[in-house]
Design a protein. Structure first.
Length: 89
């Protein structure tokens, strides 16, 4: 019942474990070089979501993004339907 989890499927564990250290190293290198850019994008995204919450109807695309954030968190597995929105706030 996990959603969007990086885990091997049955029968894929051995290749997964073999390749995972290289993946982790390359990901750290990539993310490290772009860490400030990623943080800025995250900040802008969160601010835009909060603006949509404060100004419904201003931009239907962001209204929908805000709505979906509340609906998809944990795929209805007991985390509370608006949990994703509360995290952004």
């Amino acid at each position: 019942d996990e959603v969007n989890i990086d885990a091997p499927l049955p029968g894929e564990l051995e290749p997964y474990l073999k390749k995972r250290p290289d993946y982790d190293r390359r990901r750290r290198e990539l993310m490290g070089r772009r860490s400030e850019e990623i943080q800025e994008l995250q900040r802008r995204w969160e601010l835009r979501l909060l603006r949509a919450d404060a100004n419904p109807g201003e931009d239907y695309r962001w209204d929908r993004r805000w709505e979906i954030l509340g609906l998809i968190w944990r795929q209805g597995l007991g985390e509370g339907q608006l949990e994703g929105q509360e995290i952004v706030k």
